[in-house]
Each structure stands twice: as structure tokens, then as C-alpha cells.
Design a protein around this ligand. Structure first.
Ligand code: CP
Length: 336
């Protein structure tokens, strides 16, 4: 036995600093290294026992959330995380009606102004192109709580943290990201980008006409991440693919009711439906428990809700892991 080279007492402040996130914006998970991602998960693990009782790490600090699109989980979880860190929250859940955005104030000016009140901003927005220029006017870190169709990094992080806690490692795991529409699957894309960075194997399955956007594939390619794409599989081929994986991720549909893209998703969903029998058969054949993950909200045509009562269910567990993960993220980005 030998004493490890870096043997020392564990300090949360050091682990938070090692994420490299202090003062930075969070846009894409491919912007983080494997080591930085691992430091974030370690910090979340250190915080997890206090995620209900709280820690006074961010006393006196203010989080401002501005959500230009609807949300239940991301806004409440991010705000809960700041409150459990001992900080305060100011929030606008409908800025297009209730803030000066309704008077045509630019996003860039809004963020510059809000930076004078808050120490960190949580922003959800429908734009996923010019927003990266707009957020440069903020003088405090901005957390993307979902931009347009392409990125939802905090969802990706909480999903990765859940998978890490469930499996003990992310390296070498095989994960299927499957959806009737991979062009609008920002949570699944963020999960894939982060996981691929950790050395996981990513397998996509979806319709050829609604494949993963170029922007995401370019990011995966430029960071040397491993992924393969399957298109228009038969029911049997899709079942075999599911059974070859450790986890199956369903990004759901983030398009609001009444829009064409939501109708298209619903129509194609039956080709990607996950049956409980497929998972039970894999357990019998290969002795493994395939985890089913979903960013939620879900709808009945996507998978068998009897999975809720089985060991395959990870989608509600993801919610519980979101708070310590976001506590670690906020504390890393503000610094303590
Ligand atoms: N998963 C997710 O982003 O959910 P909300 O839209 O409710 O925030």
C-alpha cells in the first residue's frame, strides 16, 4: 500500500475552485474539461447531505432568474439551490409581459442592468444564436437555463450527476439518446456533450430528417467525443439498440402546445416508444438494469409509465439530484 500523491484533507472551497467556473458563463458542456466536470460532481457529492438542511455558503449573495420561456423544474430548482446556500433570489418568470422587455429594452441592456443587483443570473431564452453576444454585457456570471433548441447545460449536468451517482462512473458507459425530433432536444444534446467529454459512448437514434444539429455535431467532433447516429430504425432494431445500452435518455418535447413542431413530435413518438418488456427482457438476457432518464415534462405516448414503479426509473430521481448539483454550480460560479 502507498499513500496517494495528492493526499490531503478535503476542502469544499478547493473543489469548487477546481471546477474552473468562477466568474464564467455556462453555455455548453463541451467548454468544460473532464477534470472540471469531475470536480463539480465531487463538490455536489460533498454538498448533497446538506441539500435539504442548507449551508450558509452564499449568505448576502443574490441570484436573479429571468425565464423567457415556461419552466417548472429549472427555475424552482435553481432558486431552491440558491436559497439552500443561504443566498437570496429575485425572479421574473414572465419577462416579456412584466419586465421592461415589454417596452422593447434589449436583452443586452437588461443583463447589464440586472448585473448591478445580482451576483449571478439564471437565464432561459428562446434565442440560441445572438444570445451569446447579448450575455457578454452582463458583468456577473450567467447560467444558461436553456437557450433555444441547442443547449440546456444545467439539465445536462444534473443528468450526468444522477448517472454518476447511479453507476459510480461515466467512463465507458453506453448511452442512447433517442427522440422523434433531435433538432429540438436541448437537454439530450447537453447530456450527450457532457457525457462524451467524460469518455462515455453516445448513441443517437431518431428520424433522418430531424437529426442532431450541425452546431452540436461540430462541437462533439472538435472535442474528439465518441458518438454514432442511427436513423429510421425498425421497432426490432430500436429494441436491440436499447438493450445494448446502460442508459436510455429521452429529451422530451420543449415546444409549447399549439405549435407545429409539437404535433410532429407527438405523431412520430410511437416509433420511439419505450416498453417495459424490452427492459425486462434485457435484464433476463444480459443481467443488467437499463436506466430510463427523461428531462420531463413527459407525455403518455413516449414510454410505459409502469416503469415508474421499477428499478429502471431514474427520471424522478434526477429531480432530487438537481439541487445539490445546482448548489455546487452556483457556488463555483460565484466563488467562496
Ligand atoms: N427539464 C426542464 O427543463 O423542465 P422545465 O421546463 O420545467 O424547467
Amino acid at each position: 500500500m502507498a499513500i496517494t500523491k495528492d493526499f490531503k484533507t478535503m476542502r469544499l472551497a478547493d473543489t469548487l475552485e477546481e471546477t474552473g467556473l468562477r466568474g464564467k458563463n455556462l453555455n455548453f458542456l463541451t467548454d468544460m474539461t473532464k477534470e472540471q466536470l469531475m470536480s463539480l460532481f465531487k463538490a455536489a457529492e460533498m454538498i448533497e447531505p446538506y441539500s435539504k438542511s442548507g449551508l450558509e455558503l452564499m449568505k448576502g449573495k443574490v441570484l436573479c432568474t429571468m425565464f423567457f420561456q415556461p419552466s417548472t423544474r429549472t427555475r424552482f430548482s435553481t432558486e431552491t439551490a440558491m436559497l439552500r446556500l443561504g443566498g437570496s433570489v429575485i425572479s421574473e418568470s414572465n419577462p416579456l409581459s412584466n419586465s421592461s422587455a415589454a417596452k422593447d429594452e434589449s436583452l443586452s441592456d437588461t443583463l447589464r442592468v440586472v448585473s448591478e443587483y445580482a451576483d449571478i443570473i439564471g437565464l432561459r431564452h428562446f434565442n440560441d444564436t445572438t444570445i451569446f453576444d447579448d450575455i457578454k454585457s452582463a458583468t456577473v456570471p450567467v447560467i444558461s437555463c436553456g437557450y433555444g433548441n441547442i443547449t440546456h447545460p444545467t439539465q445536462g449536468l444534473l443528468d450526468m450527476y444522477t448517472a454518476y451517482r447511479a453507476l459510480g462512473t461515466l467512463e465507458g458507459i453506453r448511452v442512447l439518446v433517442t427522440s422523434p425530433d433531435l433538432t429540438r432536444a436541448r437537454s439530450g444534446q447537453s447530456f450527450a456533450m457532457g457525457l462524451a467529454r467524460m469518455g462515455a459512448e453516445i448513441v443517437y437514434s431518431g428520424p433522418s430528417e430531424l437529426r442532431t444539429p450541425d452546431t452540436i455535431r461540430e462541437k462533439l467532433d472538435s472535442t474528439g467525443c465518441k458518438y454514432v447516429e442511427h436513423f429510421d430504425l425498425s421497432e426490432k432494431e430500436q429494441e436491440e439498440l436499447i438493450q445494448s445500452c446502460d442508459l436510455v435518455y429521452l429529451p422530451g418535447c420543449s415546444v409549447p402546445k399549439g405549435q407545429d413542431a409539437r404535433e410532429i413530435f407527438m405523431k412520430k413518438a410511437k416509433n420511439y416508444y419505450i416498453k417495459l418488456e424490452t427492459l425486462e427482457e434485457a435484464k433476463k438476457k444480459y443481467g443488467k438494469t437499463i436506466g430510463i432518464m427523461h428531462s420531463l415534462p413527459r407525455f403518455a405516448g413516449e414510454f410505459d409509465f409502469n416503469i415508474d414503479k421499477t428499478e429502471h426509473e431514474l427520471y424522478f430521481k434526477q429531480i432530487g439530484f438537481s439541487v445539490p448539483l445546482r448548489m455546487a454550480l452556483i457556488a463555483s460560479m460565484i466563488g467562496c
